[in-house]
Write a protein that binds this ligand. Structure first.
Ligand SMILES: *Cc1c(COP(=O)(O)O)cnc(C)c1O
Ligand code: SF4
Length: 361
């Protein structure tokens, strides 16, 4: 089938992806940016261990923002490993009852539709994936759907990866249709970073297709206010005005977004584009990501500063994802001053107290 111009356009973002030190050199030199040979040597040694991919669109954003650059350009710190950890700390590969499907929680599952992304985030939880642009095979999709249909407590399916929007419309449609047909499935979600890393992927044609699956929940991934470029804002508004329900998942990254003021601005910007902040994750203990880890106190500090001070719609859930496939833990700062059988006393964001007393029965 002949590809129309728009379709072709987004494929370029993958076909012309920057995947090696040599590609990166070419990209910089095209813009008259000179880096010392040591820089490219480091890039090479890191990308030999942890694959690199930066879409041409993302590369442009990298030039304009340090916060974006640090998320995508390999750093030799990735090779400094002081704590023995795991390529798969969440034990996802073990929690797969069938290939491509992670089942940790009772009523919801996560489908790994592909191992490909438009650009690879250096802190990715699934850094271990092969990144060979493989997609779920029709036979495995059948098996996955059979498993979901047989386990009737499953009502929510998250299509993830990799980035499922790296799949063509026809592949994505096939997956959505198959899942949508399962009677016990009531909610479908898609996780994608395309609005940041490849906005051209969100074509009118794609939106038209996605609209057929309403209510469809799409979780995007914005980590820093700089990422709200005219291109991503336009794309997000296009999606939300088409009735797609947008949420945002962020990762707390040392030196990039680990301050209350950055987070506040990030969450406000989400809301301004029609995106509800959903999760802020503590960075997972994935091999090669230590330089992004923050002390555990930081997420509490941010939560403490935001809750009550900014509108509730702008506040996400704060979560740690447990090692060994035990799932997410939501944390909240301690707003409880004391409690006993009869009453509970809270301390609010202004340090004022309030006591609630049970009825005397
Ligand atoms: C995060 C996650 C989900 C979804 O959890 P919610 O808290 O409902 O967003 C489901 N399965 C896996 C494996 C996950 O990591
Ligand atoms: S877009 Fe998501 S899956 Fe892809 S590299 Fe980034 S965090 Fe990982």
């Amino acid at each position: 089938m002949a590809k129309n111009k728009k379709t072709k356009n987004w494929h370029i973002q993958i076909d012309k992806g920057i995947v090696s030190a040599a590609d990166l050199r070419t990209a910089f030199e095209k813009r008259n940016i000179k880096k010392p040979p040591k820089f490219y040597k480091d890039i090479k040694s890191v990308s030999n261990v942890f694959p690199m991919r930066i879409s041409p669109y993302t590369f442009k954003l990298c030039l304009g923002s340090k916060a974006i650059r640090r998320q995508f350009i390999p750093d030799k710190k990735e090779l400094i490993i002081t704590r023995k950890t795991d390529k798969d700390p969440l034990n996802e590969d073990v929690m797969m009852p069938v290939k491509n499907l992670i089942h940790i929680y009772p009523d919801r599952v996560l489908l790994l539709a592909t191992d490909m992304c438009f650009s690879f985030c250096r802190f990715c939880t699934r850094k271990r994936l092969g990144r060979k642009y493989t997609k779920i095979s029709p036979a495995n999709l059948e098996k996955v759907c059979r498993y979901i249909a047989e386990n009737k407590q499953i009502r929510d399916v998250i299509i993830s990866g990799g980035d499922p929007l790296t799949l063509d419309d026809s592949d994505l449609k096939r997956i959505l249709e198959k899942i949508n047909k399962i009677k016990n499935v009531k909610t479908i979600r898609i996780g994608t970073r395309a609005p940041l890393s490849c906005p051209s992927r969100i074509t009118d044609q794609l939106i038209k297709m996605l609209k057929n699956f309403h209510p469809l929940y799409v979780n995007v991934h914005f980590n820093h206010p700089d990422e709200f470029t005219p291109g991503s804002v336009k794309t997000l508004k296009k999606m939300s005005s088409a009735g797609i329900i947008l949420g945002n998942q962020s990762v707390l990254l040392k030196g990039i977004n680990d301050s209350e003021s950055t987070m506040k601005e990030l969450f406000y910007k989400c809301l301004d584009s029609g995106v509800r902040p959903y999760y802020l994750y503590q960075c997972d203990e994935v091999l090669g990501t230590e330089h992004f880890w923050t002390d555990y106190q930081k997420i509490f500090k941010i939560a403490n500063e935001l809750i009550g001070n900014i509108g509730g719609l702008a506040v996400p859930n704060f979560v740690f994802d447990c090692k060994n496939g035990q799932g997410k833990i939501r944390v909240v700062p301690d707003f409880i001053e004391r409690r006993d059988e009869k009453s509970i006393t809270f301390k609010n964001f202004k340090n004022k107290t309030y006591t609630y007393r049970n009825l005397n029965k």
